[in-house]
Design a binder for this molecule. Structure first.
Ligand SMILES: Cc1ncc(COP(=O)(O)O)c(C=O)c1O
Length: 407
């Protein structure tokens, strides 16, 4: 038997023994995909969602029409938020809402947070935060007369507790950090760093985009103030599905978000002269919620409930361990470097590898229906979704990278 055939046998055996393996068949299959390794950018759709979309158009929208607002849609952003909170965030009900794009939700909550700490003049963040986060605070700092303090991080890892301790001060209004680095997949110490920020009297906002639905968190127990996550990656909400925002209940009445719309007012249909924010999480809604974008994630939440977050996290470790072992064996000898932490305690669910020719390699892979993603300047990210990615797909992807590098 050749090495390649033996490796494939191993991958097939791992899939057969995988406790979550049976769920893979619940996602839409396609002849145009041989290996999908980009679940950290856009999760795959569930088959059941296709059926439910048709029924939504015929029934909830087509027949119930405007009545569906009273019957279910007005409460949907809060009900869905509570479900995400309970299943994936460690958040009690009444603290999570689904609305807006991630960028807009981040803007609203960053702006509200800095206004809630008057007299403090700085926003602290790391220099490898996702572009939208960095651009937003730049704009908000200009808008509000604040300054930015940057923590320079190792781009193959991420922000550490010691770095935050050395930079946070009585001047800091808000610290904005990512739980899992979009670039390296590094998992930050959310409870430890949150404590350090609170000791300095500042607020913290965690960007959960790369952990939502794949890394369990305990936002209430860790006393997190604010968090925002996106729903089209591991929550499989579909392209552009709206974000969720979490605000700890003790903080909600203190935060005044800047986009005052009728849907966040205390009397939505009162048609009042002036804006008075609703109590609770409704105040963080601005306009009509994007209902269609909230449908697919409901099905994924059902699946997450069935599988359970501990099993999902265990499979995420198994997939990333397997990928790292293959990369060390097949790609490191070809000059590829691993730009992802090896230790489990610092690992998210994607593995990033670097090589000067990866832009061209990624293009070649896409042409073969093998789909990771490329991140400037030289990184390929392998985003492994525990409920839809197989060990065989990981092997196929890494073998294809090896073939492209040796061609
Ligand atoms: C870490 C992180 N933050 C924020 C965003 C921005 O999200 P959106 O484009 O939904 O506004 C993304 C998008 O991929 C992201 O990965």
């Amino acid at each position: 038997m050749t090495d390649t055939a033996a490796a494939l046998d191993t991958a097939v055996a791992l899939d057969a023994a995988d406790a979550l393996g049976a769920h893979v068949g619940r996602f839409v299959e396609s002849d145009e995909v041989i290996s999908y390794l980009d679940g950290n950018s856009l999760g795959r759709p569930l088959k059941v969602t296709a059926e439910k979309m048709v029924s939504f158009i015929r029934s909830d929208w087509g027949s119930r029409l405007i009545r569906s607002w009273d019957e279910q849609w007005m409460e949907l952003p809060l009900a869905l938020g509570d479900r995400i909170g309970a299943l994936t965030l460690g958040a009690a009900a009444g603290q999570t809402v689904v609305a807006d794009s991630t960028t807009v939700m981040l803007y609203k909550l960053i702006r509200a947070a800095v206004a809630a700490r008057p007299g403090r003049t700085e926003i602290l963040l790391d220099d490898d935060n996702f572009p939208t986060d960095r651009f937003l605070v730049d704009g908000i700092a200009r808008e509000c007369g604040l300054s930015l303090r940057w923590i320079a991080v190792d781009k193959t890892a991420g922000v550490t507790a010691d770095q935050v301790r050395a930079s946070v001060s009585e001047k800091t209004a808000l610290v904005l950090l990512s739980h899992v680095s979009y670039r390296s997949g590094y998992l930050a110490d959310m409870p430890g760093i949150t404590r350090i920020i609170h000791d300095a009297g500042a607020l913290v906002l965690w960007d959960l985009c790369h952990s939502a639905g794949v890394i369990p968190t305990e936002l209430d127990a860790w006393h997190v103030d604010i968090a925002v996550g996106c729903t089209y990656k591991y929550l499989n909400g579909g392209p552009g599905s709206p974000a969720y925002g979490y605000v700890a209940s003790a903080l909600q009445s203190e935060l005044e978000q800047p986009i005052w719309g009728w849907m966040g007012a205390s009397d939505v249909f009162g048609m009042t002269d002036a804006y008075v924010p609703a109590t609770g999480m409704r105040r963080f809604i601005s306009g009509t919620p994007p209902v269609v974008g909230m449908l697919a994630m409901r099905d994924m939440l059902d699946l997450i409930e069935e599988a359970g977050m501990p099993a999902i996290r265990a499979k995420s470790f198994a997939l990333t361990d397997y990928a790292i072992a293959l990369i060390e064996e097949l790609l490191v000898p070809l000059g590829v470097t691993i730009s992802t932490p090896i230790a489990h305690e610092f690992r998210g669910s994607h593995v990033t590898i670097s090589h000067p020719s990866f832009r061209q390699v990624n293009e070649a892979l896409w042409a073969q229906n093998i789909i990771p993603d490329f991140r400037n300047p030289d990184g390929i990210r392998l985003g492994l979704s525990p409920l839809s990615t197989t060990f065989a797909e990981v092997l196929i992807g890494i073998e294809a990278i090896r073939a492209a590098l040796t061609r």
